[in-house]
Design a protein around this ligand. Structure first.
Ligand SMILES: Cc1cc2nc3c(=O)[nH]c(=O)nc-3n(C[C@H](O)[C@H](O)[C@H](O)COP(=O)(O)OP(=O)(O)OC[C@H]3O[C@@H](n4cnc5c(N)ncnc54)[C@H](O)[C@@H]3O)c2cc1C
Length: 497
């Protein structure tokens, strides 16, 4: 089964060359000026810091595999700072020469706004990988590019737990700066709710502490729009006692023809759901499944006997092709879920065009119609067979206990997130896919239960309004912060304010 799903979701990885082929104009490019300045012996960089410029023949300065090639940024200068001090020097120099710059954490960002960076400077944070758990303070210190998987293992080994996203490959800080949603949201809130402080390199290259007591206004803005204000070199999060060492992991493979029962199962948990429960559906297409099928993962953070009571109605109303209900260690869910093949969604280097939406209501006709449209989509576009549609229902008790004005994150009232990864290699599908994706998003927006569209910023396609991503009521404050901390728009290639 794992092999089937792997085949379904993965597309052969290949190297993503993060530069365009054209040679640089050596006389005028600000990027060249930055390169020259950083090369000088008095630049102050540590010897371990890497700096590579694209060659005059257009050869690549470095290769990094991004999760998606769609609207990917291109780089003429690759830097890999060894320390926070090196990050400061690189940012200060880039700002001085007004050269475009992008920090790279886990490389899973997919916003189309990233594609606006052409021949910029890559600031690869991959040397900043420390994870240090302090069990007496109940905190964990995390480097700027640590992934959820790299965070989870030491936290679990120290006998603590922390809320993370679904997959181990996503950058923990990258996700946090926009929100951070996942299976423990009902118990501990968004990932950003666990954030206690960060060390931030600002656009001027200063290193500042940002927390409830130090730069509190910036701390507010960092938690929801953080990628707009600087580069987090280190973050401190709260960790918690383990809720349940063993949790229920239930996986189902359900034919698309039974989607009506799946929709009604989501409807059952539309407004009330135990804090320990999460439901994620991935609709995917494979000849081995006889076409499109629904992979449903349900996790209950607690005993199997209790968790099983929450899936009984699904068992009563569907005939799964396969199902597997087990009790597993809590920290293995991200790798063992979806019949132990969830991480196949981590495969990098494919062309994925991603759209998101957020709803409060499970509007049954809209969701029924959605499943019908998916069936037709797969039939009409065999070249997009790798497309996966995710429906994510995480409990929100601990998300909603935090008052709206505590953080910039504006969507504590979304209870179901939709994430649609359109995967295709044939560029001629682009306009049809975009049309389909926008119509589908519109249908969910109209039936969302909200007056205006709401999208979790890290699930944003990049064409949404700032109101949709950041919330109308937050914008004045956020724009004032942007003006104060990044008036020249240094951090402006990912959902800029
Ligand atoms: C397969 C997949 C699964 C996902 N699952 C979840 C999930 O379960 N929950 C969830 O909340 N989100 C999820 N996401 C969305 C994810 O939160 C965003 O894609 C996020 O931007 C990824 O961060 P990154 O560091 O991996 O990516 P990057 O592309 O490296 O970064 C994205 C943006 O954040 C900035 N950034 C990254 N690190 C830093 C830093 N240290 N300081 C300042 N800026 C930084 C980058 O400059 C860039 O602008 C998922 C995405 C994918 C592709």
């Amino acid at each position: 089964m794992a092999a089937l799903f792997l085949q379904l979701l993965s597309i052969l990885p290949f190297l993503v060359v993060l530069s365009s082929a054209a040679p640089l104009d050596a006389t005028s490019s600000p990027v060249i000026q930055v390169f020259d300045a950083l090369q000088r012996s008095d630049a102050g960089l540590s010897p371990q810091t890497l700096i590579t410029l694209r060659g005059s023949n257009g050869s690549a300065p470095a290769t990094i595999q991004r999760w998606t090639l769609h609207d990917a940024p291109t780089f003429a200068l690759y830097t890999r700072p060894a320390t926070a001090a090196d990050v400061r020097i690189i940012v200060r120099t880039a700002t001085q020469y007004q050269a475009p710059l992008l920090a790279i954490g886990g490389s899973h960002g997919f916003s189309s706004t990233l594609g606006k960076l052409d021949d910029g400077i890559a600031l690869d944070l991959s040397a900043l990988k420390q994870v240090k758990v302090d069990t007496s303070a109940n905190t964990v210190i995390v480097g700027g590019s640590v992934t959820f998987g790299e965070l989870l293992a030491p936290v679990a080994a120290a006998g603590r737990e922390i809320q993370t996203g679904l997959l181990p490959c996503v950058g923990a800080v990258g996700a946090t700066l926009g929100g951070g949603i996942g299976r423990y949201a009902g118990l501990h809130g968004l990932v950003l709710d666990a954030l206690q402080s960060v060390r931030l390199v600002t656009a001027t290259g200063d290193l500042v502490t940002v927390s409830r007591t130090s730069n509190p206004e910036l701390f507010w803005g960092l938690r929801g729009a953080g990628f707009n204000f600087g580069i987090v070199v280190e973050a401190v999060y709260a960790v918690y006692p383990v809720t349940a060492p063993q949790v229920m992991n239930a996986d189902f493979l359900i034919p698309l023809s039974q989607s009506a029962a799946v929709v009604r199962f989501f409807k059952l948990y539309e407004s009330k759901m135990p804090a320990e429960l999460s439901i994620v559906a991935a609709v995917a297409n494979s000849p081995q499944f006889g076409g499109a099928a629904i992979l449903l993962n349900i996790v209950y953070v607690g005993a199997l006997e209790v968790g099983s009571t929450y899936i009984q109605s699904l068992l009563d109303t569907t005939k799964p092709t396969l199902h597997n209900v087990t009790s597993i260690p809590w920290d293995q869910v991200s790798t063992k879920s979806f019949f132990a093949s969830a991480t196949s969604s981590c495969v990098r280097g494919a062309n994925r065009n991603v759209y998101g939406a957020g709803v409060r209501n499970i509007d049954v006709p809209t969701f029924d119609d959605f499943f019908a449209k998916i069936g037709s989509f797969y039939q009409q576009y065999p070249g997009a067979a790798g497309t996966v549609f995710f429906i994510e229902r995480f409990a929100t008790q601990a998300v909603q206990v935090v008052s709206d004005d505590t953080t910039a994150y504006p969507h504590r009232d979304i209870n179901t997130h939709l994430l649609f990864n359109y995967a295709y290699e044939d560029p001629s599908l682009e306009s049809d896919v975009n049309k389909f994706a926008k119509e589908l998003r519109q249908s969910f927006d109209s039936a969302s239960g909200f007056d205006t569209p709401k999208v979790y910023v890290n699930y944003g396609h990049g064409d949404e309004s700032q109101e949709t991503l950041f919330g109308q009521r937050k914008l004045t404050r956020l724009r004032a912060l942007k003006k104060r901390f990044d008036s020249r728009g240094v951090f402006s290639f990912y959902h800029p304010l």
